[in-house]
Design a protein around this ligand. Structure first.
Ligand code: N01
Length: 531
């Protein structure tokens, strides 16, 4: 149903972690806001990704808002790593507790947004027929919300259900007695596979690239553990903010090559036993030096060989590349699942998928008859959700045209030619290389402070300068080029999407980034033209 009012101070797209926080912040400075959300509920990524086993791999106590101390004191997490249903409950609680729902229009997708020069504002149209205007247009659509389902020949002919992990149905999916195919072995697949295997008659996993994964070592969170953090929550938050990824990775300052083999093994064993992504914090040069990285890669390879009974399967599951170059996965019993008699692995590197037929999946060497297919094939990351909307800036130029060779932003927050337009965790900001929730809050805080600053001075327009943007894009690339990230094919580089320009999209280094944003603001929004 179209919204009643037509003119707002700000339109925000998306009601996940980013949209909810942005709405709360803008309301706090007295703005009128309309949030449009495509889903039937709030929650964003945690609304859509309902596949079995979906949970966060940043610890619950850190993957949560800090804008309200009451909220962070009151909310009780049940597990070290929260499951999707629990995070969705949390976000619904936030929506209720801060009375956010009255400014959110659900089941409504923003189709276009056009900058109006004369009005210094945006005209926003939705697929429900709304046309509203706003001084500011803010995309809070997340980095991983535009799903990628590969165009495998014959896909449309498959007779059974086809599901994508990122668009999982709301009603329970029962695999009992079914032969199931999972295509993909990224973070989503690695979480879903052990649980689907427990239910299905047979599970066939189609793997194109073997992935590094470390055990999550998930466990219940006791009240005492929570109380200990809550007694000085600020301490945990500030420790996280000082780490490159924006959460407490217990990062070492040592080089992996400066210690003995025995010390290294002990360190990796300890991190393996502790579980989760802090494995990447073992040594300072892990993501910068091939030889340092190889010590960690060899350690994980050894673990996989020990965990998987069949040496041929173990070899196929053993990744060849660099740990962390593709995003490191965190799992519960992933590798051991391949020891089950009802699970088989198809190595697509040896025998690629050629087609999907009515009854199953045809590879170069075999036909696999299945009753259902799960696409765990990821997302058109970072730019996908932004370019899906027809965004037109000054002179009618579209963001799609401007970003044809890859995204160009100033600080990942704004783009030259698109005045009064902000992106939360856009390309060029730490975003997916950081703990998303603090990164989202940092952006929401920065945007709200910027708008308040403008209003206090009667300024109506803000636009990134092309020079500041060029310099920032160059800096983002320079930082990336100093790391091992550009050396493999990953969605960070867009290389999972055929035809997408190969550009490293996120910015590595949360603390330096926050400092830069603060400097820009303190300097009267350096690098922006204000009018
Ligand atoms: O997607 P992915 P995802 N034929 O892109 C394969 C976050 N996340 O949804 O590597 C066959 O990582 C592809 O193979 P390859 C997290 O940031 C977090 O799993 O391109 N296979 C790959 O194996 C994560 O990184 C959490 O060769 C095809 C898989 O599909 C991001 O979301 C949980 C193919 C896609 O893996 C995305 O994860 C889940 C084809 N045509 C997600 N196309 C946690 O917090 C693609 N593949 C724990």
């Amino acid at each position: 149903m179209p919204t009643d009012s037509r003119a707002f101070d700000a339109v925000v797209v998306g009601a996940g972690f980013a949209g909810l926080c942005m709405l709360h912040r803008l309301r706090g400075i007295g703005l009128t806001v309309r949030v449009f959300e495509a889903g039937t509920g709030v929650g964003g990524t945690w609304f859509w990704n309902r596949y079995p086993g979906a949970r966060c791999d940043v610890e619950s106590l850190e993957y949560s808002y800090q804008f309200s101390d009451e909220l962070q004191q009151e909310w009780e997490w049940t597990e070290r790593y929260a499951s999707q249903p629990e995070i969705l409950r949390y976000l619904n609680h936030v929506a209720d507790r801060f009375d956010l729902r009255r400014d959110i229009t659900l089941q409504t997708r923003v189709a276009s947004a056009t900058f109006d020069e004369a009005a210094n504002g945006w005209t926003v149209r939705t697929d429900a027929g709304d046309e509203v205007s706003a001084r500011f247009f803010i995309m809070a659509t997340g980095c991983l919300s535009s799903t990628n389902t590969p165009a495998i020949p014959g896909r449309e002919t498959f007779a059974g259900p086809m599901l994508h992990t990122g668009r999982w149905p709301h009603e329970p999916v029962d695999f009992t007695g079914k032969r199931v195919a999972v295509i993909g072995t990224g973070s989503s697949a690695i979480q879903a596979i052990p649980l689907i295997a427990e239910q299905a008659a047979h599970l066939t996993v189609f793997q194109r690239t073997a992935n590094f994964s470390v055990p999550a070592q998930n466990r219940p969170l006791t009240s005492e553990q929570q109380r200990a953090v809550k007694r000085d929550y600020a301490d945990l938050r500030s420790r996280g903010a000082q780490m490159a990824f924006g959460f407490d990775t217990r990062s070492s300052e040592l080089s992996a090559l400066a210690v003995s083999e025995a010390e290294r093994q002990a360190e990796y064993e300890d991190r393996w036993a502790q579980g989760g992504l802090p494995f990447l914090g073992s040594y300072a040069d892990m993501l910068f030096d091939r030889a340092a990285n190889a010590t960690a890669a060899d350690f994980i390879r050894g673990k996989i060989r020990a965990l998987v009974g069949d040496p041929v399967v173990a070899e196929a599951l053993t990744p060849k590349g660099i740990v962390g170059c593709k995003r490191l996965c965190s799992d519960t019993e992933y590798f051991a699942t391949f020891n089950r008699p009802n699970v088989s692995l198809v190595d697509l590197a040896a025998s690629p998928i050629q087609a999907i037929t009515e009854r199953g999946v045809q590879t170069a060497t075999a036909f696999h008859e299945v009753d259902g297919i799960v696409f765990a094939t990821g997302f058109d990351a970072m730019t996908g959700p932004l370019l899906r909307v027809d965004i037109r800036g000054r002179g009618g130029r579209t963001l799609r045209e401007k970003w044809a060779e890859g995204p160009r932003t100033y600080l990942g927050l704004a783009s030259a030619g698109f005045p009064n337009f902000f992106i939360i965790t856009g390309p060029g900001s730490p975003s997916v290389l950081s703990n998303m929730v603090p990164s989202i809050e940092q952006h929401a805080n920065w945007i709200a402070a910027c708008v308040a600053w403008m209003d206090a001075r009667g300024l109506r327009r803000i636009e990134a300068s092309p020079e500041a943007e060029d310099a920032w894009v160059a800096h983002v690339n320079e930082v990336a080029d100093g790391t091992l990230y550009p050396s493999c094919n990953s969605w960070y580089l867009g290389s999972n999407i055929p035809g997408k320009p190969r550009v490293f999209m996120p910015y590595l280094g949360f603390p330096a980034y926050v400092q830069k944003c603060d400097q820009v603001a303190a300097g009267g929004y350096e690098g922006f033209a204000l009018a």
